[in-house]
Design a protein around this ligand. Structure first.
Ligand SMILES: Nc1ncnc2c1ncn2[C@@H]1O[C@H](COP(=O)(O)OP(=O)(O)OP(=O)(O)O)[C@@H](O)[C@H]1O
Ligand SMILES: [Mg+2]
Length: 231
């Protein structure tokens, strides 16, 4: 579904991510792990076309998207939920969702209903301004909004950062449900190794912008990933 081949990217003339190779197979979740400042967000921004790729290539569903604009990537089926639960704080939760749904006609309305099925708690909060929602509720709103574009690949940056454990479990369940119900593939950045590897089929650990460990999911993976992050 997504293939990164030796991707180097960064800010201005300074590279902060070097030679990253990574693959997200169709229908699978791949986790990118690493400590603060490792380059995880930078890598996702390059996947979305928000930062230029200095060398290497990105292929999505057989198409080279390395130089494609962000809008076109979204139209092709990649949806991005940035770090930090961003929404339009002055608008209600409903208005935040409708902003996206309106651009997608009847499919948008249908997918908005499906997204709310995935996050039933949001239904009760539709009239509330997004700025007044809790962090966990805002994260659910951000994922719901991203789903309305009808993605085949979801790119999630630390969806559980700063969120209490019971809401983390809800978000995890919703991610699993969107994968099983809609066949969506996921590229997810996480710092909670145990949580990330519950649903991941593979993981990549970044340190100082480089891949320092890779592996498949499962119980051994947690030990392997934690050791790589402790180096
Ligand atoms: N806009 C920017 N301009 C220049 N350097 C930046 C910019 N944003 C991030 N960096 C640098 O790039 C490196 C990687 O940052 P990045 O945000 O990708 O890390 P991260 O792994 O997502 O960290 P965190 O877990 O804290 O979110 C850091 O050294 C950071 O200081
Ligand atoms: Mg980050």
């Amino acid at each position: 579904m997504l293939q990164l081949d030796s991707v180097t990217t960064g800010y201005g003339r300074v590279s902060v991510v070097f030679d990253v190779c990574l693959e997200v197979p169709d229908g699978q979740l791949v986790a990118v792990l690493g400590n603060n400042g490792a380059g995880k967000t930078t890598l996702l921004r390059a996947v979305m076309g928000l930062l230029p790729v200095r060398s290497g290539s990105i292929v999505f569903d057989g198409t080279d998207i390395t130089k494609m604009t962000t809008n076109k990537r979204v139209r092709n089926g990649i949806s991005y939920v940035p770090q930090g639960q961003q929404s339009f704080g002055q608008l209600t939760a409903r208005e935040n969702l409708l902003l996206v749904a309106a651009r997608h006609g009847t499919a948008g309305a249908r997918r908005m209903a499906e997204a709310l099925d995935l996050f039933p708690a949001l239904r009760e909060l539709l009239g509330r301004r997004a700025g007044l929602l809790s962090g966990g509720q805002r994260q659910q709103l951000a994922i719901a909004r991203a789903l309305i574009t009808g993605p085949r690949l979801m790119v999630l940056d630390e969806p559980t950062e700063g969120i209490q454990p019971n809401v983390v479990a809800e978000i995890q369940a919703a991610i699993s449900a969107m994968m099983s119900d809609s066949g969506i593939s996921v590229l997810m950045v996480e710092q909670h190794v145990g949580y990330a590897l519950k649903t991941a089929s593979a993981f990549t650990v970044l340190a100082s912008g480089r891949v320092v460990s890779t592996g498949t999911g499962g119980a051994d993976a947690v030990v392997q990933a934690r050791e790589a992050m402790a180096l």
